[in-house]
Design a protein around this ligand. Structure first.
Ligand code: COA
Length: 369
């Protein structure tokens, strides 16, 4: 029997703190008119103390599991796409796996910058189709506000924090993820990068003094690249799904710049009313932007069960890609709220795992001596 990967749950989480263009104008030399005119951004959300990539990812994941009516213990795989992981290791996905109590799940992070959610969606669909797993949690989560230089007006105005999550489940009903394309061009890696803090330039007094631990970007070049690849990737994914652009109900693009979105849509000759744009409220939340925009589109009734939607994005790497999805909605008719106790239960489980490891350590320590 062929297997299909359907999106059966979705959820988003953004910090409460809003940073408007007017607030930014007090920090760097900029103004509301310039930012709105050049980017379409009015405000963005910024993580406060205690809010991290994993906490936002966990909040979005629990909402998505609730929507899919899926017990966390049934999740087979957790993929967190992020460019602002909590640490180089352990993977943020492992922290999320522990916090949601997905005790039978594998977990890993995926690094493909703003295109990451599309890569993750495609990988999740592929492992489901092979019959290897049934339930995958795909999360895009960022706290890029912790990595931008708040003195650099060319980057700090762009980014915001947030997370979005999809639950993908196996069924024999045709639909779900229909196609995807994933592309990269490492020759443009220097156009958008965070140079230090990895193994090539470990953090040192010198890297900090040179500001190498912040995001560096050549905005004009990234703009040119983005307008070129967005339309191209959309068309490739649509053809791969054996469809034509007329069969597409909605495009949900990566929210990096309203002008980039409009330029791509013009090249596709596609109606702008069928394109989801929410960059005004959140800025560029990188890999979280597509699932956040999808959640809002569903809330507003723009994306409905049966619709064919194209997700398309680009980002550092350089990377770009697109996916065509026949939207499904929750499989089960009856919705049930995840009990609040799930978080407490996951914490208890995590504590028990630590205690077990401690006891095992004593027993094995004695035995090995
Ligand atoms: N406020 C006011 N003026 C600003 C400014 C700001 N925040 N940032 C730059 N400027 C100035 C520049 O200094 C420059 O002034 P000059 O002409 O006197 O030298 C002028 O505005 C134009 O700068 P430029 O960089 O050419 O602007 P732009 O129209 O290309 O817009 C970006 C800049 C960053 C908004 C745009 O290039 C962009 O969005 N690029 C893509 C970035 C992106 O999407 N990155 C994420 C990828 S996932």
């Amino acid at each position: 029997m062929p297997r299909f990967a359907h999106v059966t749950g979705w959820g988003m989480a953004v910090p409460h703190k809003v940073l408007t263009n007017f607030d930014l104008a007090k920090i760097v030399e900029t103004n509301n008119e310039w930012i709105v005119d050049r980017t379409g951004i009015h405000e963005r959300r910024i993580a406060e103390d205690g809010e991290t990539t994993a906490s936002l990812a966990t909040d979005a994941a629990l909402k998505a599991l609730d929507m899919a009516n899926l017990d966390p213990s049934k999740v087979d795989l957790v993929i967190v796409s992020t460019s602002s992981p909590e640490h180089i290791f352990p993977a943020t996905a492992c922290l999320v796996q522990d916090r949601i109590g997905a005790r039978k799940a594998g977990a890993f992070d995926l690094s493909a910058a703003c295109t990451g959610f599309i890569y993750a969606l495609n990988l999740a669909a592929q492992v489901i189709r092979t019959g290897n797993v049934d339930n995958v949690l795909v999360i895009g989560a960022e706290t890029l506000s912790r990595l931008v230089n708040w003195k650099d007006r060319s980057t700090c105005i762009l980014f915001g924090d947030g997370a979005g999550a999809f639950v993908l489940q196996a069924t024999n009903v045709p639909g779900g993820v229909l196609s995807a394309v994933m592309r990269s061009d490492g020759s443009g890696g220097d156009l958008l990068s965070l140079p230090a803090g990895g193994s090539r330039f470990p953090t040192s007094a010198a890297t900090i003094a040179q500001g190498q631990h912040y995001i560096h970007m050549n905005g004009r070049e990234v703009f040119r690249f983005a307008t070129r690849v967005m339309a191209q990737a959309t068309q490739e994914a649509v053809i791969k799904a054996n469809l034509q652009m007329e069969d597409v109900h909605l495009i949900i693009p990566h929210q990096a710049n309203q002008r980039i979105i409009e330029a791509a849509v013009r090249q596709l000759d596609f109606p702008m009313e069928q394109v989801v744009v929410n960059i005004g409220s959140y800025g560029n939340t990188s890999t979280a932007s597509i699932p956040i925009a999808a959640c809002e589109a569903i809330q507003k009734g723009q994306l409905k069960s049966g619709d064919r939607v194209v997700f398309v994005g680009f980002g550092a790497g350089l990377t770009w890609g697109a996916a065509v999805v026949q939207w499904s909605g929750p499989i089960l008719a009856r919705r049930r709220r995840l009990p609040r106790s799930y978080r407490a239960w996951a914490r208890m489980l995590s504590f028990l795992n630590r205690v077990t490891r401690f006891i095992e350590g004593i027993i094995w320590g004695r035995w090995l001596r």
